[in-house]
Design a binder for this molecule. Sequence first.
Ligand SMILES: [Zn+2]
Length: 224
Amino acid sequence: MGGSLKRSTRFRGHKLGDGLWVIMNDIYTASLSRLIEEFEKLPGIGPKTAERLAFHILKAEPREAMALADAIKDVKNKIKRCEICTGLSEQAVCQICSDPRRDKSLICVVEQPKDVISLEKTGACKWVYHVLGGHIAPLEGIEPGDLTIDKLVERVREGSVKEVIMATNPNMAGDGTALYISSLLRAMGVKITRLARGLPTGSTIEYASGKMLTDAIIGRQELE
Ligand SMILES: [Zn+2]
């Protein structure tokens, strides 16, 4: 029964017996039940919502349903990493890095592409970014070499950077990562600041409000 129990456990998150699994599959038809299963894998979607979404797709005009499928395909096929900042881009170089109005002498260092979006929403940023791809966490096996730190050092070494703003998350891992990077960059004569004021310790950039982020940007302090 091992294999079938495993399959039925995965199905809609319920521990259904093998017989019931087959019945549910019959009720929904195989493809509808597959769509429900896929929706259930999404964050925040429970079995009822998954079922509702699947029936919505089933009822929708073919063109509308295919537009959703195409949008998912495009996101996976077209989005790559900017070759300068490693942020999200559909071209070799992202829109922010190729914007002539941006001050390229200021680099704001963040952990994830989502953090760029949170900071950009404040409208207070005229700088360019560097996306690390995470934070240093030896206990989770994430070493400095797993992040894009080398690429950042290279950008600073080119010489036109005046200030590096550390906008890693204000928690232990983010602070540790900021300190590690500042120790590498300090010798290169660049000013290093950290977003601080207004951001509660232990929080993340992603969930901070626009007002908090704007305060933190304006009130950034030099990292000692
Ligand atoms: Zn870029």
